[in-house]
Design a protein around this ligand. Sequence first.
Ligand SMILES: [Zn+2]
Length: 182
Amino acid sequence: MLSANKSQVTNMNTKTIETFCPECDQEVTANIIEQSSTVRIKGEDIHFTEHVAICPRCGAEIGDSRIEGPNIDAAYDVYRKRHGIVSPNYLKSLRKRYGLSTREFSLFLGFGEQTEHRYETGSIPDNSQNTIIKLASTGAGAAFLLSENGGKITQKSVERVKAFIDKKTSKHQKASKISLTK
Ligand SMILES: [Zn+2]
């Protein structure tokens, strides 16, 4: 599976960040430290390494979205790996191989119109939807989904799905088994 979170926070490498300390009421160059943290995701305790900005003057933790955003992503990545759940980047690249919009791809998968968009922006698919997404990465799975949901998408999208299936089946004739990691 792809694990491609390439987003970088400026200065993350040097472990400092220019930010504002509300305690000191001034701009500071905060040190970024790593610490073990636990969050609850879907009723499960997820342990991950959290980055925290510490004010060099007063020692307070400084809330900064440039640090907190990646922390949430890191926690969700741990959850995804534990459950074999596809990443937003994987989902996006799979959809692009089909050449479908998020809405059309979502309907093709049998999801609601907005669902694919939510998953591409970080929401976590439930297990059955995750299985369907993995199915969609194979030619046989795509053919099955087309027979199930082809009526929900435009004719143009149907043609694109057929092109995807053709490409898959000609390229991987010998490796057409569906392997779903559990
Ligand atoms: Zn401070």
